[in-house]
Design a protein around this ligand. Structure first.
Ligand code: ADP
Ligand code: MG
Length: 238
């Protein structure tokens, strides 16, 4: 496993700077939530960690190694998106095994790893179904399954629950936390929902306009917000 270091990271799109010198140290095995209003730079920062965007300044380290020039596929991370990105023409098992197949893993090994992930996620009875035959929660689990089979050092989640209804969202929060407790993989989880952040995080990083306003344990932010933005954001109903 590996921690993630975000050091003086800056990002400019054209003329517009959207990330302004962000520093965050994410401990090995931690569950860190990046939270903040829409447009504050959460997805951009996550995509930078994944290697899907270059930085215009600063460094990303994974497990102590600088990865700025490393391609996404070499970073040993797995990302789960809000829209799941499942392949409609593939079964659940094929969706979960696809990345391994691309990496030329052996068929027997793929089956083993898919089977194990399916068990963890209660997907075993659904392995031969197609995405259109699944509920929203089941699709979300398949998307997580695709990440788990790769046995990554770091999980990145970008608002994975925002397409689900409120009841399912609460259930999936608990499932994601259980998964983390079981696998202990360093996780960076993006949401704009402060309740989600408060209930899931070991450490919350509150962002606003491309800067970190405060980072700390949920109760620390709640009890001792260091500025009015954090106080207002954490204290307001979602
Ligand atoms: P969040 O995920 O917090 O809603 P984003 O990281 O998606 O925010 O976006 C942060 C800012 O960067 C926004 O102002 C957005 O319009 C801008 N942005 C994001 N991606 C691009 C891009 N590829 N080109 C230009 N601007 C972008
Ligand atoms: Mg976003």
């Amino acid at each position: 496993m590996a921690g993630v270091s975000i050091r003086n990271v800056e990002k400019t799109f054209g003329e517009t700077q959207v990330i302004h010198g962000i520093n965050v140290e994410i401990a090995d095995g931690a569950f860190v939530v990046l939270v903040g209003p829409s447009g504050c730079g959460k997805s951009t920062l996550l995509r930078i960690i994944a290697g899907l965007e270059d930085v215009t300044g600063g460094q990303i380290l994974i497990g102590g190694t600088e990865v700025n020039d490393m391609a996404p596929k070499d970073r040993d991370i797995a990302m789960v998106f809000q829209n799941y990105g499942l392949y409609p023409h593939m079964t659940v098992a094929q969706n979960m095994g696809f990345a391994l197949k691309l990496a030329r893993a052996e068929t027997a090994d793929i089956a083993l790893r898919v089977g194990r992930a399916a068990e963890i996620l209660n997907l075993t009875p659904l392995l031969d179904r197609f995405p259109r035959q699944l509920s929203g929660g089941q699709r979300q689990r398949v998307a997580m399954g695709r990440a788990i089979v790769r046995n990554p050092q770091v999980f990145l989640f970008d608002e994975p629950l925002s397409n689900l209804d409120a009841k399912l969202r609460v259930q999936m929060r608990a499932e994601i936390k259980e998964l983390h407790q079981r696998l202990k993989v360093t996780t960076v989880y993006v949401t704009h929902d402060q309740i989600e952040a408060m209930t899931m995080a070991d450490m919350i990083v509150v962002m606003h306009d491309g800067v970190v306003k405060q980072a700390g344990a949920p109760l620390e932010l709640y009890d001792r917000p260091s500025n009015l933005f954090v106080a207002g954001f954490i204290g307001s109903p979602s």
